[in-house]
Design a binder for this molecule. Structure first.
Ligand code: COA
Length: 259
């Protein structure tokens, strides 16, 4: 696949997608978002990819958010059509493989919404994060009003969204906005350590576990528990369950078939 605004590289069992507009702090243009949607769809369907990692090019930014230049002159009807066609955030949400956000620097507005749509967030200690839309007179439109309070609680979410203030990586870790903070030089190494760890598990079990956990954001408890039971029942019927149990009893490493 050919892309102009992103790079896709393969690292063992993982694919690394790099938002690649470093001179614009990887601001997400319409083209970049469309390419990202295409890449996610492609990688989610490839058997040789077990985990997807997202990051930004250059040493300054993960992404400084939506491309603000494109906001100028955009009409409400155009905005509505963009939603009707499905957003990047919907595409991340639909992806069945684990997606890790490797937050290497600025992570603002729609960029933070992108990171929040991912499954795991690992940040450099240099990262700065913010839900900054209010600074330009608008509100978040890529899911922050729902995902941010789920991650950090309503009070912290309101504080971030209404002030538009930026926080450093340590504060982001404290409030639960990111899952791990590492020295900048360790960011890539640590992220791929986690990716490799996930990739070493049965891809089927990983997919089912992800589906079960992510349903907790949209289902009431009783339905979520029932959904977990359905997926657990499915896992119990898999060849990997037979292999995993046998390997445990025979005191050896399992050889997954991912089915
Ligand atoms: N959309 C489009 N272009 C952006 C951008 C965005 N969200 N964020 C940065 N850029 C561009 C700048 O326009 C500039 O381009 P230019 O050199 O052609 O003028 C380039 O990226 C570098 O940005 P600059 O502001 O000069 O870098 P900085 O290090 O001084 O400041 C930020 C960095 C991130 C603090 C600042 O760029 C900023 O506040 N950006 C907007 C962040 C934001 O609110 N995003 C949410 C949008 S809803």
């Amino acid at each position: 696949m050919n892309y102009e605004t992103i790079l896709v590289a393969h690292r063992g069992p993982s694919a690394l997608i790099t938002l690649n507009r470093p001179d614009k702090l990887n601001a997400m243009s319409t083209m970049l978002k469309a390419e990202l949607i295409r890449a996610l769809h492609d990688l989610d369907n490839r058997e040789d990819v077990r985990v997807i990692v997202l990051t930004g090019a250059g040493d300054k930014a993960f992404t400084a958010g939506a491309d603000i230049h494109e906001f100028q002159g955009r009409t409400s009807i155009e905005q509505w059509h963009m939603y009707e066609h499905g957003t990047l955030y919907d595409a991340v949400d639909r992806t069945t493989k684990p997606i890790l956000a490797m937050i290497n620097g600025y992570c603002f507005g729609g960029g933070l919404e992108l990171a929040m749509a991912c499954d795991i967030r690992i940040a450099s200690e240099r990262a700065t994060l913010g839900q900054t839309e209010i600074n330009i007179g608008i509100i978040p439109g890529g899911g922050a009003s729902q995902r941010l309070p789920r991650l950090v609680g309503l009070g912290n979410a309101l504080k971030l969204t209404l002030t538009g203030d930026r926080i450093d990586a340590a504060e982001a870790l404290r409030v639960g906005l990111v899952d791990e903070v590492v020295p900048h030089a360790r960011l890539e190494g640590r992220t791929f350590e986690v990716a490799d760890r996930i990739a070493s598990r049965s891809a089927l079990a990983v997919r089912l576990a992800k589906a079960a956990l992510r349903s907790s954001a949209r289902l009431p408890l009783d339905q979520g528990l029932r959904y977990e039971q359905s997926l657990f029942t499915l896992a119990m019927a898999s060849e990997d369950k037979e292999e995993g149990v046998r390997a445990f009893l025979e005191k050896r490493e399992p050889r997954w078939k991912d089915r």
